[in-house]
Ligand binder design. Structure first.
Ligand code: SF4
Length: 499
């Protein structure tokens, strides 16, 4: 039996209808899709550990959060709109007993931002309930949805994640066991999916055949049979779990009372981790490819300085994500590092609309310039990416008003020219400033004295890995998973699509 603490979704307005969340006011950055977390730890307070894991993964999605725990065959579920700290409290966590748990924090890339689309998605099957948490986006949802609707499945949400859950349930109800049924379903899914799936028997961690979204395995300190799954290692650190390894592309790990078993469900796995995870999305203290992303981002700054240094008095980063690259830039160039902007860390997504005057002041809601640092200075400002350019333009204006005499902008990634179809919200192509304008034209629009991006080669070389082991399609248009024409048309509005 599944217990759901119910709050009607009408109590929560759809944030996409709110002026503050209108296109114009959306953050001018790619938005992360989701964070997932799973734990198998009989005897531990799995709900609370999941809460803290999600808390560490909050940067991956701020619209809704949910936890499902399994107590034998009984599932306890609570999910709602809001931040992890708003959705859960001690009383709610106390009502989520069990020996294993699955958690999710969401930013909507398919399906609107409503409570019904919050995860984990819980379904009944012949073998009991399953609770599924998904990070990524499928690209064949139209076909999959059609197939499921033809079989009279009652899809209650608008998410691709629910379709994966239904595909698993369909296989299980036709006679497969948990593993066979899940693997059959994964073969029907195309695109990006890092999944954590709870069942009465154990927890699964799964990555798609390209491993586009990350997923790591850890063990709870001192007890090798208590396993944790998380989108990033920061989700392990917070509960004192030790990083064991990544779930491999095309791998399924099945964690039960017998320990961890590994299955390679895909015949042709390849490594295509989203390079934007390394550049911007994942937390700088998370480990990917055996080093912190802070170190990688500093190296991007080194490379950027080598490629495009300019005479200036100070260099600083756009907080927070531009800071490691700015420090690297300073180290490699000798230009003094300073803090030119202070971030208000408590501005999040909000349903409260600021006044018109406040909205016009725009950027200062989040970033305030340090006038005494900037006055009379030639400054280099380092950011990790430019998407539409609207925020960058306001930022440059703010710096000049604060007294900067020259503003040189340096970007620690190449121009974003193509949208993402794999779980990152990067706008349609016509909204991407670099898809329609040259670097010189962008510089003019942003009103900077100079602008330079990191080269594609420099970005990949800085990983110190095989440069083929990343997806970098938003910089090249070379998508590792073919995008169906219908899906392409929705975002690639600059390209001629041949049907
Ligand atoms: S298209 Fe860009 S954002 Fe999307 S997965 Fe590839 S690198 Fe990441």
């Amino acid at each position: 039996m599944t217990s759901i603490h119910s709050v009607t979704s009408d109590e929560y307005p759809d944030p996409t209808n709110n002026p503050i969340n209108s296109h114009e006011n959306q953050p001018d950055k790619p938005e992360e899709a989701c964070g997932v977390f799973g734990i198998y730890a009989p005897g531990e307070n799995v709900a609370k550990l999941t809460y803290f894991g999600l808390y560490a993964l909050q940067h991956r999605g701020q619209e809704s959060a949910g936890i499902a725990t399994f107590e034998g065959t009984q599932v306890h579920l609570h999910k709602d709109m809001g931040l992890v700290s708003q959705v859960f409290n001690e009383t709610i966590l106390d009502q989520l007993p069990g020996s294993l748990a699955v958690g999710h924090t969401r930013y909507s890339t398919t399906g609107s931002s409503r409570k019904v689309n919050a995860q984990p998605a819980v379904l009944e099957t012949r073998l009991g309930s399953l609770a599924l948490a998904h990070n990524g986006n499928l690209v064949n949802t139209v076909q999959l949805r059609q197939e499921l609707l033809e079989k009279k499945y009652n899809l209650v949400t608008t998410t691709d994640s629910e379709m994966i859950a239904f595909a698993i349930a369909e296989a299980i109800n036709a006679g497969a066991d948990w593993l066979e049924g899940s693997i059959q379903a994964f073969h029907r899914c195309e695109g990006a999916f890092s999944l954590v799936i709870g069942t009465p028997n154990g927890v699964m961690g799964v990555r798609d055949t390209n491993g586009i979204r990350p997923l790591v395995i850890g063990t709870l300190a001192g007890n090798p049979v208590r396993y944790v799954l998380a989108s990033e290692t920061c989700g392990l650190d917070i509960i004192g779990a030790e990083y064991l390894r990544d779930v491999e592309p095309g791998e399924l790990v099945w964690i039960t009372e017998e320990g961890l078993a590994s299955y390679h469900w895909s015949q042709q796995p390849q490594r295509k981790l989203c390079i934007f995870e390394m550049i911007y999305f994942a937390r700088p203290d998370s480990i990917m490819h055996n080093e912190s992303l802070y170190s990688y981002r500093m190296r991007l700054g080194h490379q950027l300085a080598k490629e495009s240094c300019v005479d200036a008095d100070i260099v600083f980063g756009v907080p927070d994500s531009g800071i490691p690259a700015a420090i690297g830039f300073s180290q490699a160039s000798g230009v003094a590092y300073a803090e030119g902007l202070i971030k208000n860390r408590y501005v999040g997504r909000t349903f409260i609309q600021p006044t018109q005057t406040m909205r016009e002041s725009g950027i200062r809601m989040k970033l305030n310039p340090l006038k005494d640092v900037l006055a009379g200075k030639r400054v280099i400002i380092v950011d990790d990416s430019i998407v539409r350019g609207t925020t960058s333009r306001k930022l440059v204006k703010t710096l000049r008003e604060a007294g900067a005499v020259e503003v040189h902008m340096r970007i620690s990634s190449p121009p974003v020219t193509h949208p993402c179809f794999y779980g990152i919200d990067t706008d349609s192509q016509d909204q991407l400033i670099a898809a329609t304008k040259s670097v010189a034209e962008i510089a003019k629009q942003l009103e900077v004295d100079s602008l330079a991006y990191l080269s594609w080669e420099g970005m990949l070389e800085a990983t110190r890995e095989d440069t083929n082991s990343f997806c970098s399609a938003c910089f090249t248009g070379d998508y590792p998973v073919a995008i169906p024409e219908q899906v392409k048309r929705s975002k690639l509005s600059l390209e001629k699509v041949v049907v």
